[in-house]
Design a protein around this ligand. Structure first.
Ligand SMILES: [Zn+2]
Length: 99
């Protein structure tokens, strides 16, 4: 991975972590606010932050699932009946090497 990609990935991780942390801190801090009623801007901000946390959670779940599938693609291929790359040998292709 090039240096620029690594820095971009690290920056993206820091942004995700800061968004999760600041959203959680805001929700915790404003949980007991003096609510003004239906159009309370703090309640709307709490709802938006909780939706952001749910979205980040779903994104992490999807990425973890994709990484798990990519990591175990040989196992998935074996269970689904696909040919494994390890089975692609000269013997399996019935290629005879004569000298
Ligand atoms: Zn409120």
């Amino acid at each position: 991975m090039s240096c620029q990609k690594r820095i971009s990935a690290e920056l993206l991780c820091v942004i995700f972590i800061l968004a999760m942390l600041l959203s959680s801190v805001f929700i915790i801090h404003e949980a007991g606010h003096d609510c003004t009623g239906e159009d309370c801007p703090i309640c709307q901000a709490i709802v938006m932050n909780s939706q952001l946390l749910r979205l980040i959670g779903v994104a992490i779940l999807v990425l973890a699932s994709l990484l798990g599938i990519l990591r175990t693609k040989h196992a998935w291929a074996g269970t689904l009946g696909f040919s494994l790359p390890a089975s692609r040998t000269l013997v399996s292709w019935k290629i005879r090497l004569n000298n």
